[in-house]
Design a protein around this ligand. Structure first.
Ligand code: H79
Length: 419
C-alpha cells in the first residue's frame, strides 16, 4: 500500500541521522568478559543479563563528553536534515527526564543531565528536525513489556505496560521538547491492531504533525520502513526510508571497526534517493558520550559532497524506468533537472545512453561551470546518446554531479529493446 506521511519537510529531507545511545553504550559490547555477537544494543537480552544487574550499569553511566551542539553540528556538516535519537530502546531505559519512571538518565545516573533537552535546544538553533526512537512494544524492564523476562509475550499484561509506561512516556516526549518531527517505533511483535492504532492516535492527538514511522505495526505507519540495512531493488512509490548502520551495530561496540567507506555511504544515499527513499544513517556514541571520530570523519566526507551538490539530494523525486544497471553512476532528479552522480569518468567524459529528453544545458553542479555536451540519435539503432565533456580536475575525489537541465519535467528514457 502506497504511503504518504503528509509532511513536506520529511519528503524533502532525504538524509537523516539515527543515534543509538543508552546504557548498552556504556558496556561497549561486552559484559563480565563476554562479548556480544551482533548488534550491541541487544546485549542485555543476548547475554541474559538479569534486570537488576543491568539496572546497576546506570550507577556508572556518566557520559560527560556528550555535547548536544557537537552532535547537531555533525548532522549539519553531514548534510543531514533530521535526527532520530533513542529516547527509549528495548532495554526500557529512558534517555530523558521521565517523570513516570525513575529508570531514566536524569534520576538514575551520576550524569544527571537531560541530553534530550539539550539536543532539542541545539536542533532548534540549527534547523534540524528532532525526532525520537521509542520502543513501543519491547520493554525488558517493565513486566508488561514484550521481551521482559522468560514469560511468553502472549501472557504479558501489555495493557498495564501501555498505561503505566508507553503512553505516559510518549506524552512526556511530545510535550517536554517542543515540536517533534516523528516518532520512530520499532519491532511491534505481537501488538494487536487496536494497540497499534491506540499508540498512533495518542501521538496524533498530542502533536498532529508528528509522523508515526513505519514500524508502529499492523500497517499503520505513515511511511514504509524497510528492514534494517535493506534497500529495495527497484524504485518504489510513496514515502519510505532505510534505517542503516555505519558498521555492524547500532549501539556502540568497541571492537566493531567494520566501517563503511565514504564511497559506500554515498552510493547508498544516492541509490536510495534515486529510488525515492530517505536514508537514516546511524551513529553510536561511545561510553564517554562522544560520537566516534571514525564515524564523524566518514559523515563529514560524505557531507562535503552532499552540501555542494544539495540539489541532487534534497527535494528529489524517484527516478522511474531508467532501464540499465549503472555500476558507477546514480541518477536523481528534481523538476526539470536530471542529475548524473558519477563515481568515475574515463577520459574525462560521461557517455550516457537512453536519455530521450532534450538537454538544454549541462553544468557541473558543485561549481556551476557550464559543460560542453553533444546529444545524438542514431536512427538505425534507435539509440539516444549524450557525451558530456568534464573539466580535467573535479572538485570531489569520490563522486561528482552533472546537472542536466531538460525540456521535460520528467526525463523520458528509451527502452532496452532499441534494436
Ligand atoms: O534499533 C535497532 C535494533 O536494535 C532494532 N532495530 C534497529 C533500528 C531491532 N530490534 N530487533 N531487531 C532489530 C531484530 C533483531 C534481531 C536480532 Fe537477535 C537481535 C538478531 C540478533 C540479535 C533476536 C535476538 C534474534 C536473535 C537474537
Amino acid at each position: 500500500m502506497k504511503k504518504d506521511c503528509g509532511q513536506q519537510w520529511w519528503k524533502d529531507a532525504r538524509y537523516g541521522m539515527f543515534i543509538h545511545w543508552g546504557l548498552y553504550s556504556h558496556l561497549a559490547g561486552s559484559w563480565k568478559g563476554r562479548e556480544v555477537s551482533g548488534i550491541g544494543e541487544w546485549i542485555m537480552k543476548r547475554l541474559e543479563i538479569p534486570v537488576a544487574e543491568y539496572e546497576s550499569i546506570a550507577a556508572d553511566f556518566n557520559p560527560t563528553a556528550f555535547d548536544a551542539e557537537e552532535y547537531v553540528g555533525l548532522a549539519v556538516d553531514a548534510g543531514m536534515k533530521y535526527l532520530v535519537i533513542t529516547a527509549k530502546h528495548h532495554d526500557g531505559f529512558a534517555m530523558y527526564h521521565s517523570k513516570c519512571s525513575p529508570y531514566n538518565i536524569v534520576d538514575a545516573t551520576p550524569f544527571g543531565r537531560d541530553p534530550i533537552a539539550e539536543l532539542a535546544a541545539a536542533c532548534r538553533k540549527a534547523g534540524i528536525k528532532l525526532c525520537f526512537y521509542y520502543s513501543q512494544a519491547q520493554d525488558w524492564h517493565h513486566p508488561g513489556g514484550y521481551g521482559y523476562g522468560p514469560v511468553p509475550d502472549e501472557e504479558k499484561d501489555f495493557r498495564r505496560y501501555l498505561d503505566e509506561k508507553c503512553l505516559p512516556q510518549l506524552k512526556e516526549l511530545l510535550t517536554q521538547y517542543g515540536d517533534i518531527g516523528l516518532i520512530w517505533f520499532d519491532t511491534p511483535q505481537i501488538m494487536s491492531e487496536a494497540h497499534s492504532r491506540e499508540v498512533r492516535d495518542h501521538v496524533k492527538s498530542i502533536q498532529p504533525d508528528c509522523i508515526v514511522s513505519g514500524r508502529i505495526g499492523n500497517q499503520l505507519g505513515e511511511y514504509m520502513s524497510t528492514g534494517d540495512n535493506r534497500i529495495p531493488l527497484l524504485p518504489y512509490d510513496g514515502d519510505w526510508e532505510v534505517p542503516a548502520t555505519l558498521n555492524d551495530t547500532w549501539g556502540f561496540k568497541e571492537n566493531d571497526h567494520n566501517w563503511k567507506s565514504p564511497e559506500s555511504v554515498l552510493r547508498l544515499l544516492l541509490k536510495i534517493n534515486g529510488r525515492g527513499g530517505n536514508y537514516l544513517l546511524n551513529v553510536g556514541p561511545d561510553p564517554t558520550g562522544k560520537i566516534p571520530a571514525s564515524s564523524a570523519d566518514i559523515l563529514r566526507e560524505v557531507g562535503a559532497f552532499v552540501k555542494a551538490n544539495g540539489d541532487a539530494v534534497y527535494q528529489t523525486s524517484v527516478v522511474w524506468d531508467y532501464p540499465y544497471e549503472l555500476e558507477s553512476m546514480f541518477l536523481t532528479r528534481r523538476d526539470y533537472h536530471l542529475y548524473l552522480n558519477f563515481l568515475d569518468a574515463p577520459q574525462n567524459k560521461l557517455n550516457f545512453v537512453l536519455l530521450n529528453s532534450t538537454i538544454k544545458k549541462a553544468t557541473l553542479l558543485a561549481t556551476g561551470e557550464e559543460l560542453v555536451f553533444a546529444q545524438s540519435y542514431t536512427p538505425a539503432s534507435r539509440q539516444h546518446r549524450v557525451i558530456v565533456e568534464l573539466p580535467e580536475t573535479l572538485p570531489f575525489a569520490v563522486c561528482n554531479t552533472v546537472d542536466l537541465e531538460l525540456e521535460d519535467r520528467i526525463p523520458v528514457f528509451g527502452t532496452l529493446d532499441v534494436l
